[in-house]
Design a protein around this ligand. Structure first.
Ligand code: ATP
Ligand code: MG
Length: 328
């Protein structure tokens, strides 16, 4: 059997170029070699407040974007998390063996809870649900950006803990983190990662941004007070970010990109990055519009749901029996 690969992007906002590079692009590269599970983690999205109508719309749109980015509608299982109830069921069982200490150490939890008076429990247990998403399908590989590495690590720990107690049940997953583009940075705060739900949208390039916004945001990207272009993530995070974006969207290496811009000034670098993004994202946006007018999204999601449901049911049934739930 083909090894399984699984990933998902939350419908918590419009997808960014970071999501494309860290998430979708990897699926496009790997889908031929693995049985691929690409899901819409809508249950993760409600760990922070969401408008119900917008969330419904985004569930479909995000799949439209997956497809517009080149993900095959037939080579993969594309489905909505909340349509498979075993995600939540398994999450509960895993939650009962997860420790408050290990969840408290999660960087994403700390970042998303920062400054909030009331912190939802879902935000805290989010990584356990993510572990359930992965373990339910016994996925071996999980392509993600660097930000999710810690969560995949937790999924590994929970799988090993369960296996040690109840016998070999879960495949222990491994993260697949791209060598280039694992952390696309916010254009205005290069110390942070670009996020679709960032407070200031001017720091993120969204896949559906109009041409004018793309140019404006890239031209306004924070760089540094030097005048030379060099890839140095530690000392020149803003410039290195622009080089990374260029390398990823032009399918060239960082070294080649650095050479290409060796004599460029920051203004020239930004202009060329903006030009490339406008060119690539316009094509993508046209495809997206076409897909959304067709019935492809619902067809794909129906097929995906029907394909994964028996797998989820089988794993969950095995697990609940091992734990002692329900009747044998
Ligand atoms: P949110 O702000 O709602 O958490 P997000 O932009 O972090 O949104 P997620 O849905 O949490 O997006 O993550 C989807 C995928 O995109 C994950 O694989 C994640 O690792 C990847 N990803 C997110 N941000 C970046 C980034 N800045 N660079 C590279 N990959 C990223
Ligand atoms: Mg995130």
């Amino acid at each position: 059997m083909n090894k399984r690969l699984l990933t998902g992007l939350q419908p918590s906002g419009e997808l960014t170029i970071g999501n494309y590079i860290g998430g979708i692009r990897q699926v496009v590269n790997y889908e031929k070699d693995y049985e691929t599970f690409l899901f819409v983690p809508d249950m993760h999205s409600i760990t922070v407040p969401q408008d119900p109508e917008t969330l419904h719309r985004r569930v479909r749109e995000i799949v439209g974007m997956y497809l517009a980015c080149g993900v095959s509608p037939t080579e993969n299982h594309i489905y909505v998390q909340s349509e498979i109830p075993q995600h939540a069921n398994l999450s509960w069982i895993l939650e009962c063996s997860a420790y408050i200490g290990e969840l408290s150490r999660m960087t994403q939890f700390k970042a998303k809870a920062e400054g909030k008076k009331e912190i939802g429990c879902g935000l805290f247990t989010y990584p356990v649900l993510m572990a359930a998403d992965i373990l339910l399908y016994n996925a071996q590989y999980v392509p993600t950006g660097a930000d999710q590495k810690q969560h995949v690590e937790l999924a590994r720990n929970l799988a090993q803990r369960f296996n040690a107690k109840y016998g070999d049940t879960f495949v222990v997953p491994e993260p697949l983190i791209p060598k280039v583009g694992a952390k696309i940075r916010d254009l205005l705060s290069p110390d942070k990662k670009m996020s679709k739900s960032a407070a200031n949208p001017r720091g993120s390039i969204f896949l559906n941004d109009p041409e004018k916004a793309i140019r404006k945001k890239i031209m306004g990207a924070v760089t540094d007070s030097d005048t030379f272009v060099k890839f140095d993530e530690e000392n020149k995070p803003g410039v290195s970010n622009l080089l990374t974006i260029y390398a990823c969207f032009s399918d060239t290496s960082i070294e080649e990109t650095e050479k290409h811009f060796a004599d460029a000034r920051y203004g020239d670098l930004k202009k060329e990055v903006a030009e490339l993004l406008v060119e690539k994202l316009t094509v993508l946006q046209d495809k997206f519009a076409e897909i959304m007018k067709s019935g492809l999204v619902d067809e794909t999601l129906d097929r995906g749901r029907d394909a994964v449901r028996p797998i989820a049911e089988e794993t969950y049934d095995k697990v609940r029996r091992l734990v002692g739930l329900g009747r044998l």
